[in-house]
Design a protein around this ligand. Structure first.
Ligand SMILES: Nc1nc2c(ncn2[C@@H]2O[C@H](COP(=O)(O)OP(=O)(O)OP(=O)(O)O)[C@@H](O)[C@H]2O)c(=O)[nH]1
Ligand SMILES: [Mg+2]
Ligand SMILES: [Zn+2]
Length: 296
């Protein structure tokens, strides 16, 4: 009598109506049982292979946490589940959109996971991005400088990522998939040449999780033009900006939004240059977005 093969696995990649599941040591393509079942990269699932049927995911364990984005209508949409670290990748080229970096860091702060700024393409001239990087460092965001092309910093990065699950995020073309290939040579993730059409075939289209040593995983996420984390609490925007959150206790009003209120310590700090005007503008844009999508 043969037993029905079954087990607990981790979703390596989620597709429309199926998922690639790491079952034991083997990636298995699974169907999803039921129309309501939704899985995302990093979910822990229960799968089973009944006679004459493809392997199928039957249930999803509750998520420990997750990275979510808001869609065009302001609804939360999961990107990856059960993660320990958000690594935001930038490079001298393509030119960084710092507002996107701010919002990813805000997402990490809001869900209380570690943030890390990875500066890739160390072989290129980094003068144009040095000031912003220095400001993030000053604010307490960890920074790792690497170069996939030269191999610089890759082994140090491997040590920093040696425990837990890390999601690589950032604009298209910064080198996320190239980084994955440097760290996990067996990954063979598709990468694009910067000169190639960005909509071309070699861009990453689905979040894909890889094993990184014995105790760690790394998720290669698709590049984005824009990103915003959903607001779970009223002061979510402030929660995402450490320097604003820290000063807000000195504002005259306890519910100060740091816009035009009198006695605002945040505005005063922007006026004296203690808080970067660009970061403050970033905060205002996120706050405006949250006000627009707030449930009435
Ligand atoms: N000069 C230089 N180019 C690099 C380096 N690392 C990656 N690249 C190049 O950057 C381009 C984009 O790399 P990808 O790894 O595909 O970028 P990605 O972030 O995964 O892009 P999406 O999947 O579209 O989000 C490729 O042409 C890489 O060869 C580096 O250290 N230096
Ligand atoms: Mg990619
Ligand atoms: Zn204020």
């Amino acid at each position: 009598m043969s037993e029905t093969p079954s087990g607990i696995g981790v979703v390596l990649a989620a597709y429309g109506r199926g998922a690639l599941v790491l079952a034991g040591d083997e990636p298995v393509h699974c169907a999803l049982a039921g129309r309501k079942l939704r899985v995302v990269c990093g979910d822990e699932v229960e799968w089973r292979r009944d006679a004459n049927a493809p392997p199928t995911v039957h249930s999803v364990a509750p998520r420990r946490n997750g990275l979510e984005r808001i869609d065009a209508r302001g609804r939360a949409e999961p990107v990856a589940a059960n993660i320990d670290r958000l690594a935001i990748v930038v490079a001298p080229r393509p030119e960084p959109d710092w507002f996107v970096v701010d919002r990813y860091w805000a997402a990490a702060l809001q869900v209380a996971i570690d943030g890390l700024l990875i500066v890739n393409k160390g072989d290129l001239d980094g003068t144009s991005i040095a000031d912003e990087i220095a400001n993030y460092r000053r604010l307490g965001l960890a920074v790792a400088e690497v170069g996939c092309r030269t191999g610089a910093g890759i082994e140090d990065l491997r040590v920093r990522l040696a425990a837990g699950a890390t999601v690589l995020v950032g604009q298209s073309g910064v080198g996320k998939s190239t980084l994955v290939n440097s760290l996990v040579p067996a990954a063979d993730a598709q990468t694009a040449e910067l000169t190639r059409d960005r909509e071309g075939r070699h861009t990453t289209t689905t979040a894909r999780r890889y094993r990184l040593g014995a105790d760690a995983a790394i998720v290669d996420a698709p590049g984005v033009r824009d990103f915003a984390p959903p607001a779970r609490i009223a002061r979510a925007a402030e929660r995402g900006f450490v320097e604003i959150g820290a000063l807000s206790v000195q504002c005259r009003f306890g519910d100060c939004q740091h816009l035009r209120e009198p006695g605002c310590a945040v505005r005063a700090a922007v006026d004296t240059g203690t808080i970067s005007a660009r970061r403050y503008e970033s905060y205002r844009r996120l706050l405006r977005l949250y006000v627009r999508f707030a449930t009435r």
